[in-house]
Design a protein around this ligand. Structure first.
Ligand code: OGA
Ligand code: MN
Length: 209
């Protein structure tokens, strides 16, 4: 079993505090380097097997493919997956979700996660992670899966904050959480294939149509 054992309650406390005070949190080494390389290999295998699909923007009638705005390829995780890495990630994020519910009263109810690959030259322009027809997504959780990332490869996550822009490199094992409704962000163009695991902790869906 490969649990996120070194993701201590200390990290969770800081995530909760920083989500409350600044609406985002960055945790380095959320995944160990072993976990990063296992995830990286797994993701590359799925990608090379052709399991990924071009990502869209919006959903249902608003869903459209706009490569210029968003150029990543994604693969949704299956909660029933037999893959221990995925099972353990799901469990550990479930514990984080419970902790955030106890401390921040967010009423989080479920999660959804996808792997993402940005091929060379692709980006994701400035956006918020909420859909027009649903405000269920509350916390975005992104974990980076490239064992090595050099600054000259670009691909930073850029947060647009009240006091300016903050660029966060997709360093392997690093985790970024943010309030989905509040923090506008972008993925800058990549010069190297960029791997991540992105997801959302959600309240019960309140679709209005
Ligand atoms: C997204 C997103 C950021 C990143 O998938 O919505 O903004 O750093 N990802 O991968
Ligand atoms: Mn986003």
């Amino acid at each position: 079993m490969i649990h996120i054992s070194h993701t201590l309650i200390r990290d969770w406390e800081r995530i909760a505090d920083e989500l409350a005070s600044q609406s985002y949190a960055v945790v380095d080494n959320f995944l160990s380097s072993d976990q990063v390389s296992l995830f990286h290999t797994l993701t590359m295998d799925y990608y090379q097997a052709g399991d990924f699909k071009e990502a869209g923007i919006g959903r249902m009638q608003n869903y459209s493919k706009k490569d210029q705005i968003r150029g990543d390829q994604i693969l949704w995780l299956d909660e029933q997956s037999a893959e221990p890495l995925i099972q353990n990630y799901w469990e550990d994020i479930g514990l984080l979700q419970q902790y955030l519910n106890r401390t921040c009263f967010l009423g989080l109810h479920s999660g959804e996660f996808h792997f993402a690959v940005y091929p060379i030259g692709k980006e994701y322009k400035r956006h918020l992670d909420v859909f027009k027809d649903s405000d269920a997504r509350k916390i975005s959780v992104i974990v980076y899966l490239n064992p090595e990332w050099k600054p000259e490869w670009g691909g930073a996550l850029r947060l647009f904050l009240p006091d300016g822009e903050l660029d966060i490199l997709p360093v392997g094992g690093r985790m970024v959480c943010m309030r989905s409704e509040l923090i506008e962000h972008a993925v800058l163009p990549v010069k190297k294939e960029r791997y991540s695991l992105t997801g959302w902790l959600k309240t019960a869906d309140t679709l209005s149509f």
